[in-house]
Design a protein around this ligand. Structure first.
Ligand code: SF4
Length: 455
């Protein structure tokens, strides 16, 4: 074991992946070195997700198996960070006596200091503690050379946090409780950070937040020109010379404005791809979920997006079996799938999350019924994904190369489709662009061949 080495296991969403990068950098600044082998680490961090019950169970089962490692090596420090840490706090230490440190989502920037505090005693810091909570999002990183944490952190493609937290309180969601209320970063800081990244060789940026569409709208961002919305930020970032691809995630449909939709027409480097979580095709269920839009509003926006960018790829999130969902409500979700014909979706069975209003709603469905609906939805989505992917057959698309191992290359199109290419030249390195002809379509990826003229 190297006494300065640390290992991070990340569960959940892109926000958590970014938070892991931040913790990795903070630790590197104090002399720690990242390892990919937990057995070699002196510090193991589990960066957790509580959005679904399954992810939470995985954390506790992994903590259970780390107990043996700690018995073998009492010097080992075990830290639980992220949303489960935020939600459970001290209870984790009470239940898992081998855990040394628990830090909530708002405190990851202080990881080094909190670690030194936990040297002689166990420490749990979450939102309810009086420890100073940063009401701003510090700039972390900026130089690609500072980030070298493996596949999560490509040198040519970066996630940049522009806001965090959420004010929406969808009835099934823990995020407003675990991540707190919305806080946006100063536009000038974001643009400067991205400029530095692009100067260092980054060609693709994804702007990240729980609800990027409401960037700057519900809280005053000091020094931003007023009014300054997410579409203004997109326009300013898109101007950065050398930035080839710009993406954002995640969007709340109610906050997808006409100005933002027009950005897909006006900004050439904004990729024609949007993740637009709808959750249900039934207005009655959307109301119970507190989503604040109707299917008619949603479809109007989808139609505008498709008319402005006919090549746009739209993906979504679906929850099946929400409390009170009837067969008729579920069929409306199936109808919506036929209408929009999503390129892909993430679909889940509803599960109660602690502290959410949905947990107290009546009309809970059996696991069996939820499973049946999920299977029906996923089967049809798979068929549609395949049909949509077949539309690319014979076309030539530019891919941004992500890996090339022994001539087996993988890259992504502007629409975020994965393309595999065989017999690629070895000098076609990650971060370069390659035009490929699509020769095979599967449900989840495409196969391509380098077009003639390529080396
Ligand atoms: S918009 Fe709703 S689902 Fe998304 S993070 Fe906020 S509360 Fe959760």
């Amino acid at each position: 074991m190297n006494k300065n080495s640390f290992y991070i296991k990340t569960f959940g969403c892109q926000m958590n992946i970014r938070d892991s990068e931040i913790m990795a950098q903070k630790l590197s600044e104090t002399g720690y070195i990242e390892t990919s082998a937990p057995d070699d680490a002196a510090l193991i961090i589990l960066n957790t997700c509580s959005v679904r019950g399954k992810a939470e169970q995985k954390v506790f089962s992994m903590l259970g198996s780390l107990r043996k490692l700690k018995q073998k090596n009492p010097e080992l420090k075990i830290c639980v960070a992220g949303c489960v840490a935020q939600q459970e706090g001290q209870k984790i230490i009470d239940r898992m006596e081998h855990v040394d440190l628990v830090i909530g989502t708002q405190h990851i920037y202080n990881i080094s200091e909190l670690l030194s505090k936990s040297t002689n005693s166990k420490t749990a810091i979450n939102l309810s503690d009086s420890y100073e909570i940063p009401r701003y999002i510090p700039h972390v990183g900026g130089s690609p050379a500072l980030h070298d944490t493996g596949a999560q952190d490509e040198q040519f493609s970066k996630f940049v946090t522009i806001m965090q937290g959420c004010n929406n309180f969808c009835t099934y969601c823990v995020v407003p409780y675990t991540r707190g209320r919305e806080v946006s970063r100063r536009a000038a800081d974001i643009v400067n950070e991205i400029q530095t990244l692009v100067n260092g060789g980054v060609v693709e940026i994804t702007l990240l937040g729980q609800n990027v569409n409401s960037y700057g709208s519900t809280n005053q961002v000091i020094d931003n020109p007023a009014p300054y919305s997410f579409s203004d930020l997109l326009a300013d970032v898109a101007k950065i010379e050398g930035l080839e691809r710009l993406r954002f995630t995640t969007s709340h449909p109610k906050d997808l404005s006409e100005r933002l939709i027009e950005c897909f027409d006006l900004l050439p480097n904004l990729c024609p791809q949007i993740h637009l979580p709808v959750q249900s095709g039934s207005d009655r269920i959307l109301k119970r979920m507190n989503r604040k839009y109707t299917i008619a509003n949603y479809l109007e926006k989808v139609e505008r997006l498709k008319s402005i960018r006919p090549d746009i790829a739209i993906t979504t999130d679906i929850i099946v079996g929400f409390p009170g969902e009837t067969e008729a409500d579920f069929q409306q979700t199936m109808n919506l799938l036929e209408t929009v014909r999503y390129h892909g979706s993430f679909s889940f069975k509803y599960s109660d999350r602690p502290e959410t209003r949905a947990a107290d709603l009546d009309g809970k469905l059996s696991e069996e019924e939820k499973g049946r609906r999920l299977q029906q939805f996923q089967k049809r989505q798979d068929e549609i994904s395949l049909e949509r992917n077949r539309e690319y057959l014979g076309s030539t698309l530019s891919i941004l190369v992500e890996t090339n191992s022994g001539g087996k290359m993988m890259g992504r199109t502007v629409t975020n489709h994965i393309v595999h290419v065989e017999r690629a030249p070895l000098d076609m390195v990650p971060g370069t662009f390659a035009p490929v002809e699509i020769i095979h379509a599967g449900q989840h990826s495409l196969k391509g061949a380098l077009t003639p003229g390529q080396p």
